[in-house]
Design a binder for this molecule. Structure first.
Ligand SMILES: [Zn+2]
Length: 194
């Protein structure tokens, strides 16, 4: 991912997303009959009930939650040892982006969120996510983990994060290079939001 140009990454993400969608949507969600590819691969049609099905995208919020000089990081038990990243979660039907950010952070960490701003997005076609990157201000600091969602969460200062992102921390390994989490954390370290 880090070696592709932006154009190449866009083509690769499109191809990956389309192929994933075809692989998982071979039958009509309306009536259960097999569907056929049409429109050059951008649609699937059901001959039994005439429904047209289009490639789907599932929105996911990922948020840089800060409180003063600290950022909230968490880790999933399935991740490589020591890897921490920003909290994230799927949006629910009927939910504005800001509400999804507040709900996910509260559910996973118990931290209450105030202001939320959109920053940037990234397609993540594994299989169909669109990562919506936000920054959010925490109103509280106390962490109450949901053990079904996170194995650990902690507040990390700018200084500690700089050390971790240089690969020099023995406790925290940073988010994957090229991922939106890394982009948001780097912007926060530089305090650059243009
Ligand atoms: Zn059908």
């Amino acid at each position: 991912m880090t070696q592709l140009t932006p154009w190449e990454a866009e083509v690769a993400a499109t191809a990956r997303g389309i192929l994933e969608w075809h692989g998982r949507h071979r039958f009509c969600a309306n009536c259960g009959a097999p569907t056929k590819m049409s429109d050059g691969g951008w649609r699937r049609d059901c001959a039994a009930c005439s429904a047209h099905h289009f490639p789907r995208t599932d929105p996911v919020v990922i948020m840089l939650v800060t409180h003063g000089n600290s950022v909230l990081l968490g880790r999933n038990a399935a991740w490589p040892e020591g890897m921490y990243s920003l909290l994230a979660g799927f949006m629910e039907p009927g939910e504005p982006i800001e509400a999804a950010v507040r709900r996910e952070v509260l559910e996973e960490s118990g931290v209450v969120i105030g202001a939320v701003d959109y920053v940037a997005s990234q397609p993540w076609p594994f299989p169909a996510s669109l990562m919506i990157g936000c920054r959010a201000e925490a109103l509280t600091r106390e962490i109450t983990l949901d053990p079904n969602e996170l194995e650990d969460a902690l507040w990390v200062t700018r200084e500690e994060l700089s050390v971790a992102m240089a690969g020099l921390s023995d406790k925290i390994r940073p988010a994957r290079k090229g991922a939106l989490a890394q982009f948001l954390l780097t912007k926060w370290l530089a305090d650059c939001w243009e």
